[in-house]
Design a protein around this ligand. Structure first.
Ligand code: GTP
Ligand code: MG
Length: 148
């Protein structure tokens, strides 16, 4: 089963959107396999966003992401990476459709509330980076009602 790394950013935590974001993934039918509240270091965040090093907004992005705790999660299910991205909405909230997390709660690209892995390969890298201790193994008895 596919897994994706979803993270409520510091603005999402401060604005009290953690429960709403978790509820959306739960209700969609995904299985929660890891969850923690973390104050990330700049070194850790620079690894997470390594692909964006060199972009003019990179220093501001790292400062924003280190400005408070984040909620790190791994969700598992059918096409978790792609569906997670659809649920988040476009990177720039100006273009995020209503009904998406960013389209419902965000206005600015530099304060866009939530992260989601953009490919299966990056999901695997991000899960290893944020959860070196591993994920939680258990059976979700409802899974057979969500997909074949
Ligand atoms: P993440 O899920 O956070 O990885 O966002 P994304 O995959 O939709 O976009 P991307 O990985 O390209 O950029 C990572 C983050 O950098 C975005 O979510 C924004 O918070 C920030 N960012 C991207 N582009 C810009 C920009 O042009 N200006 C500013 N200020 N921030 C940006
Ligand atoms: Mg990204």
């Amino acid at each position: 089963k596919e897994q994706t790394y979803i993270m409520v950013k510091p603005d999402g935590v401060q604005r009290g959107l953690v429960g709403d974001i978790i509820a959306r993934f739960e209700k969609r039918g995904f299985k929660l396999v890891a969850l923690k509240l973390v104050q990330a270091t700049t070194e850790h965040l620079e690894k997470h966003y390594a692909d964006l090093k060199g972009k003019p907004f990179f220093p501001g992005l790292i400062k924003y992401m280190a400005s408070g705790p984040v909620v790190a999660m791994v969700w598992e299910g059918l096409d978790a990476v792609k569906t997670g991205r659809v649920m988040l909405g476009a990177t720039n909230p100006l273009a995020s459709a209503p009904g998406t997390i960013r389209g419902d709660y965000a206005l600015a690209v530099g304060r866009n509330i939530c992260h989601g892995s953009d490919a299966v390969e990056s999901a695997q890298k991000e899960i290893a980076l944020w959860f070196p201790e591993g994920l939680v193994q258990y059976t979700n008895t409802l899974e057979g009602w969500v997909f074949e």
